[in-house]
Design a protein around this ligand. Sequence first.
Ligand SMILES: NC(=O)c1ccc[n+]([C@@H]2O[C@H](COP(=O)([O-])OP(=O)(O)OC[C@H]3O[C@@H](n4cnc5c(N)ncnc54)[C@H](OP(=O)(O)O)[C@@H]3O)[C@@H](O)[C@H]2O)c1
Length: 334
Amino acid sequence: MRAMLCTAYGPPDSLVLRDVPRAPLGEHDVRIGVHAAGVNFPDLLIIQGLYQFKPEPPFAPGGEVAGEVLETGPAVTDFVPGDRVIGMTRWNGYAEEAVAPAHRCIAIPASADMRVAAGLALTYGTSYHALVQRASLQPGETLLVHGAAGGIGTAAIDIGQCLGARIVATGGNDQKLQAVAAHYGVEHVINYNTEPNWKDRVRALTHGRGADVICDPVGGDVFEKSLRCINWEGRLLVVGFTSGTIPSARANLILLKGCSVVGVFWGAYADRDPEGNRANLQRLFRWLDEGRLRPLIARTLPLAEAAVGLEMLARREVVGKVILTTDRYEGGHA
Ligand SMILES: NC(=O)c1ccc[n+]([C@@H]2O[C@H](COP(=O)([O-])OP(=O)(O)OC[C@H]3O[C@@H](n4cnc5c(N)ncnc54)[C@H](OP(=O)(O)O)[C@@H]3O)[C@@H](O)[C@H]2O)c1
């Protein structure tokens, strides 16, 4: 089977498509014939040796796949060959076959397109965990979503709307923000590059109160300004640092706002509470089946063009997600 291999830490264009032997299958593992794989920001970091996990090359990046079960380890009782599943693989997902422990696999509804399913786990799983378990977002609350055009951002908007929140979305590019506003019907979008005093607009939009929940995958200056436009008892979710700057929180602002700065680490949550994570994803797939979620796929590329997708992420060109497909996927590329 073929995989897009990182043979030494480096940029996206150093990935190579190679024939590799099948990975061994553990007692509790599921082997998935991959139809589609999601491309995520952590993939960009992991191939450069900049992520919290540093697998020894050669390895393939790719933390999420969708496909059909090919075989199961002897202790697996939940799945049989032929089942449609997603698998959360951490890495090795950019491949024609992937192995994931059964507790990191979820059945997907017959109605779900494999590309949509492949892109749901990391971003929607993280944003759901952030908004529900970490922030306890309530209907009618204002949710401020930073980096709104990205994978985490679009998922946070989609889920926030399902939970009945009022959305204010920020980003660094007007065209991307307009695409997000059009797709999700978001009324208030703010460009944090061209409107440096965006925190004042957030305050104005919330009648001086500030946002109740803030989802921040960007960090840096965006995080620091967030503490100046958060409501009393607000929850500021620390999700990531795409700006490249890990900010410091001023403790006096946290005190004055009576707010919480809340860490979000979905991968660790999924390991510590696999049943909770499975229930979250099952709920997301139910919402998808009911037509309540509207994931945005920016581009579908064949597996061999994974570097193109990663470079699009690095250049901040993506609105929603990039998805890779293998020859098993029956739809086309778009
Ligand atoms: N905590 C967790 O459990 C968890 C789980 C998954 C992902 N993450 C992290 O969450 C972050 C976002 O992931 P994602 O999938 O949403 O990524 P993404 O799709 O690439 O989106 C990130 C957004 O960040 C913004 N951004 C601001 N400065 C940037 C810069 N210098 N370079 C690139 N983007 C920049 C971009 O929006 P503009 O161009 O509009 O500014 C972009 O839309 C990453 O750091 C990822 O590692 C965390």
